[in-house]
Design a binder for this molecule. Structure first.
Ligand code: DX5
Ligand code: ZN
Length: 213
């Protein structure tokens, strides 16, 4: 299991140290939550701050867009050369075009499904994707309770992935901790995002390792 700590739960007063600590603690990706105050009822960080993050991060960036205007935000964040940019199926009228745009920028495309969205909605996009992110909370805030129906959804998605593109990863984001990590692994999940579980721990490295099962 790969682990991508979400910096949303970091202490932004000492962001550099918080990024270095998760990278030194052995994380696989650095998950950056970008919110526009429209698609979700919260706002986070823009490219100026993420640029500072990118400079000290020794692990690849995984940018999760929770925005209405995906093209605008992709143009802002592409120069930072993230490994992945994920965008919500619920906010995009032309997801296939956005995937093509990300490919042309040499960024791995990922699509995000909110808790209510079915994996079948993206069946015909799977062959073009590197990752699908299943939300296990409603997007907008860290520290929420895990929505358990994501486990069944991950299993359904895994079947579709096996059929269309076995290289595509499944990521789960929200409320992940050492109590639910095993059932996610068993369901075929490859990558987890963990914010409050990692940044709420006294030893970030230990918390990360407890999820790398
Ligand atoms: C929610 C974000 C998540 C969140 C994860 O909108 O996408 O990345 O910060 O935080 P926890 O692990 O605390 O649920
Ligand atoms: Zn996220």
């Amino acid at each position: 299991m790969l682990v991508a700590p979400s910096i949303l739960s970091a202490d932004f007063g000492k962001l550099n140290d918080e990024i270095i600590a998760i990278c030194d603690g052995g994380c696989d990706l650095v998950h950056v939550d970008v919110m526009d105050g429209h698609f979700v009822p919260n706002m986070t960080i823009g490219p100026v701050v993420v640029n500072a993050v990118a400079k000290v991060a020794s692990k690849p960036l995984d940018v999760h867009l929770m925005v209405e205007d995906n093209n605008f935000f992709i143009d802002l964040f592409a120069p930072l050369k993230p490994e992945y940019i994920s965008f919500h199926i619920e906010s995009e009228k032309h997801p296939h075009r956005v995937i093509q745009k990300l490919r042309s920028l040499d960024i791995k495309p990922a699509i995000v499904l909110n808790p209510h969205s079915s994996p079948q909605a993206i069946e015909y996009l799977l062959e073009d994707l590197d990752m699908v992110l299943l939300m296990s909370v409603n997007p907008g805030f860290g520290g929420q309770k895990f929505i358990t129906s994501v486990v069944k959804k991950a299993k359904e998605l895994k079947e579709l992935i096996n059929k269309h593109n076995p290289n595509c990863l499944i990521q789960v984001d929200g409320g992940v901790n050492d109590k639910n990590i095993q059932e996610l692994k068993d369901a075929g999940v490859d990558v987890v995002v963990a914010g409050s579980y990692v940044y709420g721990a006294s030893n970030y490295g230990q918390a990360i390792k407890s999820l790398q099962i």
